[in-house]
Design a protein around this ligand. Sequence first.
Ligand SMILES: [Cu+2]
Length: 262
Amino acid sequence: MFVAMFSVRMRVALGVITALLIALVSSTYALADGPWPNDPQGPQAKSIADLYWIMFVAAVIVLAIVDGGIIYAGIKFRERPGHVAKQFHGQNFLELTWTVIPTLMVVSFSVLSWQKLDFINNTRSSDVGMVIQAQGQQWTWNFTYPHEDRFKLSDGKTYLTGVEELHIPVGTKVRIELSSKDVIHSFKIIAMRVTQDAIPGMSIPIWFKPTTNGVFLINCAQLCGNSHYYMKGQFHVVPQAKYDEFVAAKTASAGGAAQSFE
Ligand SMILES: [Cu+2]
């Protein structure tokens, strides 16, 4: 057979080179366009990225220790002229170590994930600066700003609404009350790592806090019909002064009717 043509030493070397090549190719792919915590925005995204890095570093250390041990043992204890390969049994200390350490790691990751999830899903806190209603509808998002005087339109009765666009002053903690007019949609702002289903007949709260200015993508993450792909929106995070200008411009429009904007 093909493999039998090589000596044991050659086979070990080939195995190591192959493993290194696979690691190199896969890590290059991951760095370029993989499941990497790219540009996390806001406290939730940052806490998810932190958890990712803690687990990633732990995984790399475990990989190095386990694979390093296998390669070391394979070379050191292999059968060769003047040396007979041996079988080892009953290493209580080692067996205990590689049972206890992974158990502790899994338990600490669970506790850490639990804490982060609690933080991410906590919509009960009192420091919310603004509550906005978001309604999914085939195939757009409608946003209704808080029922406060500054959002009142010139008819004196209705309040500012936005279609496909959400404007928020930077640094404001926002609670979104999510609902749907027709089918199940899913509200997603990738940069903020926020995703939640919008279900007809229900009002589901989520929160986020944009910490940098910019325009971010709002998606529907639930297949909701023919034009699901086009159900996108823009999330504008602007300085407070610009936000005040935006509210003034949108609510001062003449005509008496609610001024939706797109
Ligand atoms: Cu949808």
